[in-house]
Write a protein that binds this ligand. Structure first.
Ligand SMILES: NC(=O)c1ccc[n+]([C@@H]2O[C@H](COP(=O)([O-])OP(=O)(O)OC[C@H]3O[C@@H](n4cnc5c(N)ncnc54)[C@H](OP(=O)(O)O)[C@@H]3O)[C@@H](O)[C@H]2O)c1
Length: 261
């Protein structure tokens, strides 16, 4: 018989990839869940499967997070239902591979809106509630690309560098309010990311690919332990060390080759 944990977990981007896996792993711990994304059919199918399997409450919220107005309305609806979020998994995001100058400006700005502005809004709104209650846990999903500028992923890598720095700052700033903030920096993983980003998978990237389950396990463990940051997988950890230990011209050239071929 599964043990139940009654603290609510809100997961953004729960309709696929890491978000779906976060939902499965937290459901396995007996948490009630709020699942957020745009694809309602996928959220509903996942919610139904988790209710059946784990006998937990699952609330589905179809929200386009790129609208801050919709984020505010989501928070309001949860408030009206008496749902207070204890664990926030700020995961929704997308990338875009291609030349900076050739890509559509609208597409680049939409990515900044979701990966930077919306993530900031979601964090801000739910952290205010957590501060009032004197407790809470927030996970921000950044990327290995947060550690270096990446040609043909210029805006995405810069957006994820923002997420990493935001997380580092909030980790210390919100500690006094009883809130822990952890940043998860995955490397290439087998989710819907590559398709959504129109990403070319080089042979090197295929070799480095992780499955979502161990990435999410590492994120949940680090969040639970109140760590500032986690890079899942030994190869990814070694890559971060390499970035830290070598001059920019060297690690940029090598990682650009891995990412772009
Ligand atoms: N996979 C990787 O290699 C990798 C590596 C490093 C970091 N990451 C990061 O991991 C996070 C999760 O991505 P993933 O790899 O799991 O990719 P994914 O399978 O494509 O999942 C992305 C999720 O974000 C949701 N989403 C996208 N735009 C949204 C919007 N406007 N409003 C609400 N939800 C939206 C998608 O749902 P809907 O389309 O249904 O809205 C989907 O559930 C992202 O922040 C990504 O940058 C991924």
């Amino acid at each position: 018989m599964e043990t139940k944990d009654n603290s609510w977990v809100l997961i953004t981007g729960a309709s696929s990839g890491f978000g779906e896996e976060f939902a499965r792993q937290y459901a396995g711990q007996g948490h009630p869940l709020v699942l957020v994304a745009r694809r309602l059919d996928r959220l509903q199918a996942l919610a139904e499967a988790l209710r059946q399997q784990h006998r937990i409450d699952v609330v589905v919220e179809q929200v386009d997070l790129s609208s801050v107005e919709e984020v505010i309305q989501l928070h309001q609806r949860l408030h009206e239902r008496g749902i207070a979020i204890d664990i926030l998994i700020n995961n929704a995001g997308h990338g875009l591979q291609g030349s900076f100058v050739d890509c559509q400006l609208d597409a680049a700005l939409a990515m900044v809106q979701l990966d930077v502005a919306s993530l900031t809004a979601v964090t801000h709104i739910f952290a205010q509630d957590m501060r009032k209650r004197g407790r809470g846990k927030i996970l921000l999903v950044a990327s290995l690309l947060a550690y270096l500028g990446m040609p043909n992923f210029a805006v995405y890598a810069a957006a994820k560098a923002y997420v990493l720095r935001l997380g580092e700052a909030l980790h210390r700033e919100l500690k006094q309010d009883g809130i822990t903030v952890t940043t998860l920096c995955p490397g290439m993983s087998d989710t819907g990311f590559a398709t959504a980003a129109h990403q070319k998978l080089t042979p090197a990237l295929k070799q480095l690919m992780m499955q979502p389950a161990p990435v999410v396990r590492a994120g949940i463990r680090a969040l639970q332990a109140g760590r500032i940051n986690v890079v899942p997988g030994w190869v990814n950890k070694a890559n971060v060390f390499f970035v830290w230990a070598t001059p920019r011209w060297l690690h940029q050239a090598i990682f650009s080759q891995i990412m772009n071929g």
